[in-house]
Design a protein. Structure first.
Length: 80
């Protein structure tokens, strides 16, 4: 999932951004990480002019949520 988030930050077109966001949304839904799923959904639903403006903030929030999940899983001896 962290590779996908990194790819999201490197995507150069709105179409590519939304494609990666969709992939993240699906993966996080399967894992039950609702907070990341919701952020990815926000990115998917952004209008063309909003995507670039809000993307950095949402990526940072997504990274924080994944870090929280990884910390929890590390305590349980599991890793994403």
């Amino acid at each position: 999932m962290q590779r996908d988030i990194a790819a999201l930050g490197k995507a150069e077109t709105v179409s590519a951004i939304k494609k990666v966001a969709h992939k993240i949304k699906g993966g996080s839904a399967i894992l039950g990480v609702k907070s990341v799923e919701n952020i990815a959904l926000q990115i998917e639903q952004c209008e063309l002019d909003e995507v670039q403006w809000i993307l950095d903030e949402l990526i940072e929030e997504m990274n924080q949520q994944v870090a929280h999940v990884n910390n929890y899983l590390a305590m349980q001896k599991v890793e994403l």
